[in-house]
Design a binder for this molecule. Structure first.
Ligand code: CP
Length: 311
């Protein structure tokens, strides 16, 4: 019997370890589809997906579109500037109209934390959170965890360091919730203004010196500074940030040779990560992007009522 019976994916905080593992195993089954000549299965034929992005995106929007097309769904893309949100329509009314247009699945990216949950409680259409403010980005968390599991064969017991602007990062939150549920040791690293001690209540360690974690990390996941969400200065300047927290070539040389270097993108070369380090053999940044398709296929398939893991 399937361990998945949800119509929505709002966040990894709300999922059990079994549900997360179910999505990862389903993604593993779908990964092979992307490696075939004919990259398509009929699993969602006849279903309509609306990609509704109120914030900019390259990876997530494209990846959901490709995932839906590989499952044979029909896809419509809407951006904020081309929608009637510009004319004062509320998010709820816009979403109800998409439902009235018989959208089976609505993928939402929005700047307000809780926006996906708000719609999931009011609509019958499936709601998939593609990033809601600084709250969660569950498919990014899943694809990061999928990539780690693919490389190490497990999550339990691994030392994962998430480095950078944690305070404003939905990616960090989804990674923290998912990784802890699957038994990883998670350490958050950054300036005290962006990585306050109170995060320890979640069950992670907090460190304010990157040098403390380099030798012991199995995974380092670098996050960019989310300037668009910050309303004040959280550190004196970029030069100081780079010197204290940037993954420079010198620091990368201290990582274990098996340590994975990850980044959800978009990367700011020369800030949180040195350009050569981002392109190095230990970097799996583009593998993460590729894996995002299989993970999003698994999420769409499962939330649309797909039974079990496809053969
Ligand atoms: N990682 C991520 O969410 O990238 P986009 O903003 O390009 O979708």
């Amino acid at each position: 019997m399937s361990t998945w019976n949800k119509k929505d994916l709002v966040g990894l905080d709300a999922l059990t370890a079994e549900e997360i593992t179910h999505l990862l195993d389903t993604a593993m089954a779908f990964k092979g589809v992307g490696e075939r000549n004919l990259k398509k299965v009929p699993a969602l034929r006849g279903k309509t997906l609306v990609n509704f992005f109120v914030e900019p995106s390259t990876r997530t929007r494209t990846s959901f579109e490709i995932a839906a097309m590989r499952l044979s769904a029909d896809v419509v893309n809407i951006t904020a500037t081309a929608s009637s949100l510009q004319k004062g329509e509320t998010l709820k009314d816009t979403a109800l109209n998409l439902q009235a247009l018989r959208a089976d699945i609505i993928v939402l990216r929005h700047s307000s934390p809780g926006s996906s949950n708000f719609l999931s409680e009011r609509l019958n259409s499936s709601i998939i959170n593609a990033g809601d403010g600084a709250h969660e980005h569950p498919t990014q968390g899943l694809l990061d965890i999928f990539t780690i599991r693919e490389k190490f064969g497990r999550i339990e017991g691994l030392n994962v360091a998430i480095i950078g602007d944690i305070l404003f990062s939905r990616v960090a939150r989804s990674n923290i919730f998912g990784l802890l549920k699957l038994g990883a040791n998670v350490t958050l690293v950054g300036p005290s203004t962006l990585v306050p001690k109170r995060f320890e209540k979640l069950g992670v360690k907090v460190r304010h010196h990157i040098d403390d974690i380099l030798e012991s990390a199995d995974v380092v996941n670098l996050l960019r500074i989310q300037h668009e969400r910050q309303r004040k200065e959280y550190f004196p300047g970029l030069g100081e940030y780079i010197s204290l927290f940037g993954l420079t070539k010198l620091r990368a040389a201290r990582l274990s040779p098996s340590c994975l270097i990850m980044h959800p993108g978009p990367i700011n070369r020369g800030v949180e990560i040195d350009s050569d380090v981002a392109d190095s053999s230990q970097s799996v940044i583009l593998d993460q992007v590729t894996n995002g398709i299989a993970v999003r296929m698994a999420v769409l398939y499962s939330c649309a009522g797909g039974a079990g893991i496809p053969a």
